[in-house]
Design a protein around this ligand. Structure first.
Ligand code: ACO
Length: 429
């Protein structure tokens, strides 16, 4: 236990307990600050605010380290598939063989959607963004499973977790089928998780579909590296919504909405659009780097920079490597990958990017793999959501089980009008 910090304000001094995490991150505990001093802290964007003590994921942005439950993401990606990773994140330990088999079996047998849910898809326009469909249908799960919404009933929570993990790929694949006007393909419970998803995406009733094992491997990796990233915008959203005791489906639906934004999960879609624009504009990478440096242009290099990483994002490294392998294996030459690599090289040798410690993030190369697999751009963020689901669930469960959880309710510094007399409409100028 470190000695407390001291805060002096006016003629008074206040003690702030110091909390030290297992990896020595140090925080000032201000939970009693307002009660004792009348002061609150102001930190827009929560840049310096630890909202919670969590034991799920360790992230050191300066050193470029990411660990799930103590295991480096590189090791997890090498040794586990996505379902084993999900188990690790949600339950906190690596499963035994038996636990893993039971988990897989349960997930594989909850994949179908209630037939009535199909009518949701009839109600949206064909060009609806699949992220809008995803969040709506996930929210709507709470209308079909009203018997399992109690966040304090561990059996109900468990079944909801399995339903969500099992059904999200089906919901996602149906949103794609809707957009191309093809019939929905039912899940096949004899197929593993990622194969089943690719089958539902690309099979059609009129011909056979063989899932390419290279695509499966690439997809497993992408889902695993997206599986958790501690208190990011969407995870914090899930925790915030869940802190009101909202059910798991409602909380995850809110997380999906948060992920959609282009500054978060939507960056993978924005990144591919940007690379395409550069190619269409003659491929002058330097011009776009110059634009990104010019604040007045309002342009940013999508897939570059991160709130926490001030080093190469370890996930981007894994994805770039997978990109190389997959394109070589398929003998594919994707001009997008070439431009992305050139852009990375130019940006990383530019003083602006060096000084601000801006590196490619997880979204910079993921789109190139999705394209190689045949996933359309609008589905990129949906794939991110599928990957992030176990992380969201793990955080929601951790929050629900914690004895110190309270409803999230930040304060503010009010800077609006002071009390003023009301003027009735007939007397206004
Ligand atoms: N291109 C050009 N300049 C950038 C970029 C970029 N991609 N990212 C940050 N900067 C600059 C900012 O202009 C700012 O400069 P200043 O200090 O002179 O004002 C500085 O670097 C710091 O940037 P902030 O926006 O203050 O950093 P913040 O932590 O708030 O934002 C974010 C992080 C949103 C990821 C930002 O880097 C960005 O917009 N990147 C592009 C979008 C993107 O790729 N998002 C995906 C993030 S990963 C994920 O969510 C899965």
């Amino acid at each position: 236990m470190s000695s407390p910090a001291k805060l002096r304000y006016g003629d008074k001094e206040f003690e702030l307990p110091v909390v030290v995490g297992t990896e020595n991150e140090t925080a000032l505990d201000i939970s009693k600050l307002r009660a004792e001093s009348g002061l609150i802290t102001l930190d827009e964007g929560y840049v310096n605010t630890g909202a919670v003590a969590s034991s799920i994921t360790f992230l050191d942005g300066e050193a470029g380290i990411l660990r799930y439950r103590g295991y480096p993401v590189e090791v997890v990606a090498d040794q586990c598939d996505f379902l084993e990773t999900s188990y690790l994140l949600i339950y906190g330990t690596l499963p035994t063989q038996k636990q893993l088999e039971e988990f897989r079996c349960s997930i594989q047998h909850h994949t179908m959607l209630h037939e009535d849910m199909k009518s949701f898809y009839n109600g949206v326009p064909r060009d609806a963004h699949p992220m809008a469909i995803l969040s709506s249908v996930v929210g709507a799960l709470s209308t079909f499973y009203q018997d399992s919404l109690n966040p304090h009933d561990s059996r109900q929570v468990e079944i909801s977790i399995h339903r969500l993990l099992a059904k999200l790929p089906t919901i996602a694949a149906y949103s794609f089928k809707k957009s191309v006007g093809q019939p929905f393909i039912y899940p096949r419970n004899n197929l593993p998780y990622c194969e089943n998803f690719l089958h539902m995406m690309f099979a059609v009733p009129c011909e056979d579909y063989e899932v390419d094992p290279d695509f499966v491997r690439a997809l497993e990796l992408l889902l695993i590296v997206h599986a958790d990233h501690e208190q990011n915008c969407s995870t914090s959203t899930v925790r915030m919504v869940g802190s009101s005791n909202a059910n798991l489906f409602a909380s995850i639906s809110a997380g999906i909405c948060a992920l959609w934004g282009p500054l978060h999960g939507g960056a993978n879609e924005a990144c591919v659009n940007m690379l395409e624009q550069i190619i269409a504009d003659g491929g002058d990478v330097k011009k776009y780097v110059a634009m990104a440096k010019d604040k007045k242009s309002g342009f940013r290099l999508m897939g570059f920079g991160h709130r926490v990483y001030k080093n190469y994002d370890p996930r981007a490294k894994l994805i770039k490597h997978q990109c190389d392998r997959l394109l070589a294996k398929l003998s594919l030459k994707d001009p997008l990958f070439d431009v992305a690599q050139e852009l990375e090289q130019v940006a990383l040798s530019d003083p602006y990017f060096i000084e601000k410690k801006l590196y490619p993030n997880v979204d910079f190369y993921s789109g190139v793999i999705y394209r190689a697999i045949g996933i359309p751009v609008q589905m990129f963020t949906v794939l991110f959501a599928m990957g992030r689901l176990p992380g969201w669930i793990a955080h929601w469960v951790e929050m629900q089980r914690s004895e110190t959880t309270r409803i999230c309710r930040p304060r503010q510094v009010y800077v609006g009008e002071k009390l003023r007399p009301f003027v009735s409409v007939k007397d206004r100028g």
